[in-house]
Design a protein around this ligand. Sequence first.
Ligand SMILES: [Zn+2]
Length: 603
Amino acid sequence: MKLVSTLALAASLALSPAAAQKPAAPTPAQADAFVREAEETYARESVDAARMAWVQATYITDDTDILAAKADARVNTMAVKYGLEAAKYARVRGLSPDTKRKLDLLRGGITLPAPTRAGAADALSTLSTRMSSAYGKGKGTLDGKPVGGSDIEAAMGEVRDPAKLREMWVSWHDNVGAPMRGDYAKLVGLANEGSRELGYPDAGAMWRSGYDMTPEQFAATTDRIWAEVEPLYQSLHTYVRWKLNEKYGDAVQPRTGPIRADLTGNMWAQEWGNIYELVAPKGAGDLGYDVGELLKDKKYDPVRMVRQGEAFYSSLGFQPLPETFWQRSQIVKPADREVICHASAWDIDNRDDIRIKMCTKVNADDFVTIHHELGHNYYQRAYKDQPALYRSGANDGFHEAIGDTVALSITPDYLVGIGLLDRSRVPSADKDIGLLLRQAMDKVAFLPFGLLIDKWRWGVFSGEIRPDGYQAAWDALRLRYQGVKPPVARDETRFDPGAKYHIPASTPYARYFLARVLQFQFYKAACRQAGWTGPLHRCSFYGNKEVGTRLNAMLAMGQSRPWPDALQAFTGERTMSGAALSEYFAPLKAWLDEQNRGKPQGW
Ligand SMILES: [Zn+2]
């Protein structure tokens, strides 16, 4: 699930004559003029690049791969030129705060900066497009038959035969990840070279510089948040391992040590909600309904699911989605061509041409994903009147958190309100543990995964993790943070990171970790504004216009202010923290610790 905006595709196009003839000691006024020119060019030139990227993602052929790589290289080259120029202006004394902020954004806002030497931008774009495309077309097998990305993901959630799970897991990782190994190492070298030209020690430090604090402070912030939530994860891990052992026996899932990754109902063991039925406690765990079944019973199709998502935002007072959204989005997988199914939200023209790209299935996961992607679209629309360089999230974690905040409001009472669930089937208070455990299987299970993806990449970019140790370092981080291990031994002929979309796509991942804690901060604030006094997890702020107004005020700020200002505008707080998440799950934590008493903890 990611966000694509034209600006996120990188800056654009040619330096102005004024910039090219810049005098030896530029003035603040010249810096202002440079920024103004850069913003205009951005706003104008990024639109076609976004269209090209859209066509490639929704119609993968050799030709669209080449065209997308070319468009990407052109934009990247120009973004780097702007970044280099911005670095010089940033040293001018007496800059206005806005100009200073925009210069920093120009310099640090490029995900994979290409080196300026001839051919380097083309080489980098070719590598990254080839990997994305290979991922989009990637297939694993089930019973020896090829199965594509979105289908094999769904099958991992449904199949319970450990041999078949292992077959899918191993084939996917071997087929998709391993062939990218060489390309990935080359991409890292080029991105680092480009980052150094812009004045960063490596690309990872550049990624960590986008949070209104130093890269070191940002790494420390993620560690602090992890320390706040780690005890909850440990409790969940202990409980789930015990349940998997009960289900599969010692030979498949031992009572101690790590959890076998392919048993978690997810290809990457990143969210475990699909195996909720295996861990649900008798009585309290039976919620009496499944959102996917409810949708099927009421004959929902994917478009109607998206309409329902839109209705939530409308209930908060947001304007309906534009007609072009419905004409241009890819809501279901086209039958006749290769596409990148990984869900994403797009803003093509930085005005009204917002879209989602999904291969929607009628199930609970995709119902939540729709709310997630729409959160991006409403954010994009809320800040469209900001100057071009401010059309982004307060930080990238904010952008990922908005839709999830809304999705936390998909409570039983909400489902009754929209006619999906019969009032008589609303789980009573004695089912609270079940409701919380179901949520935790996705939300809490994700936390260490969300953290370790960029721990790995930061290490790769810094050189601490060398190409001959890519796989070992990946496995070590998975073991240390998630406490999971692959179903078969891996070695350095493999490249399991490449089998996760965001690695070949070079989408930074710390944002998803931040979003997991931020969404609970936002949700708690929204529920407080709505006057909710019951247990936090039963709160739905559906229909509350006051929450909508305050939410919109934060979204409309875009990236114009340091993120603590935006956080404060909606929540009154200035620190990202795991406290709200911990509060939400506190009753579950107590219950898990009760269940876990006397059992081996940790791995
Ligand atoms: Zn997203």
